[in-house]
Design a protein around this ligand. Structure first.
Ligand code: B1M
Length: 212
């Protein structure tokens, strides 16, 4: 019987090959994809999230763990799509217009995936209008904006405005973050949530989706 504790530990150590094999073994033995996700992959990514927040692991370890998570997800994805598994929520994420920094944004996206959320990554240099269009097209609960430059973080205000102009502020929450962004900036522009790091962003995103 595939050991879910071992699966979680392989993921934390970034052992993609072992994660893939053990996930496949669990599927072959008849375990449901949601069970494998809830008992093996998500707990593993959760541990990494907490350790990252506490500076016990750093960016490379998170990226390697996320790669292992993706290796397991490759096997589960078609099964999850085929079954009637409810998505925990959808997030449209991107780096704002004029900004090409994507390492932090990618980490946030990975952590959100690690919480079982459906993450649509628009990449970098994303215009406010595109954030809203993609959120509507994908029936998203959240628009998540990242910025690393003091000059581009102002673009987040345009995203908040675009959501309000489309009268979607009740349906779509705007989360912001990135090195120059602060809670006080969030209050100034009227965004819904600011979070300082990827693990907290993922926790808050799940919380917002569950309370929607
Ligand atoms: Co740039 N760069 N860069 N750069 N770069 C900074 C940001 C800078 C602080 C360096 C410096 O001067 N000390 C500075 C900004 C100064 C400022 O605005 N005050 C700067 C500059 C000036 C520039 C250029 C203008 C340089 C130039 O061309 N003259 C240029 C701009 C290009 C553009 O975007 N248009 C530029 C270019 C680049 C590279 C392309 C070379 C490269 C980016 C590569 C890439 O991303 N693919 C780069 C890099 C690597 C950096 C530094 C060195 C590292 C950034 C990084 O990835 N950090 C950075 C200096 C530094 O931070 N030490 C710097 C690691 C990452 C994990 O952290 O992104 O903060 P971070 O994400 C964190 C949190 O902020 C949070 O979670 C993550 C981890 O938990 N977070 C969120 C991020 N997004 C979030 C969203 C959320 C919640 C949390 O909710 C939605």
């Amino acid at each position: 019987m595939a050991d879910m504790k071992a699966l979680s530990e392989f993921l934390q150590k970034g052992k993609a090959k072992e994660v893939k094999e053990l996930t496949q073994q669990a599927v072959d033995e008849g375990m449901g994809p949601e069970e494998i996700l809830d008992q093996g992959l998500l707990p593993g990514m959760n541990v990494i999230g907490v350790k990252f927040k506490n500076n016990e692991v750093f960016v490379p370890e998170v990226l390697i763990a996320a790669r292992a998570m993706n290796a397991g997800m490759e096997i589960l994805k078609p099964l999850l799509a085929a079954g009637n598994v409810q998505s925990r929520g959808t997030v449209v994420i991107g780096t704002v217009k004029g900004d090409l920094h994507d390492i932090g944004k990618n980490l946030v996206g990975m952590m959100m995936k690690g919480k079982g959320l459906n993450v649509i990554d628009l990449g970098t240099d994303v215009a406010p209008k595109r954030f809203v269009e993609e959120a509507v097209a994908n029936n998203a609960n959240i628009i998540a904006c990242s910025a690393l430059l003091t000059t581009t973080m102002k673009g987040m205000e345009q995203v908040v405005k675009a959501v309000k102009e489309a009268n979607l502020q009740e349906k779509i929450k705007v989360m912001i973050g990135g090195a120059p962004v602060t809670e006080s900036f969030k209050n100034t522009i009227g965004a819904d949530r600011y979070t300082p790091d990827a693990a907290t962003a993922a926790e808050v995103a799940l919380e917002l989706c569950q309370s929607a």
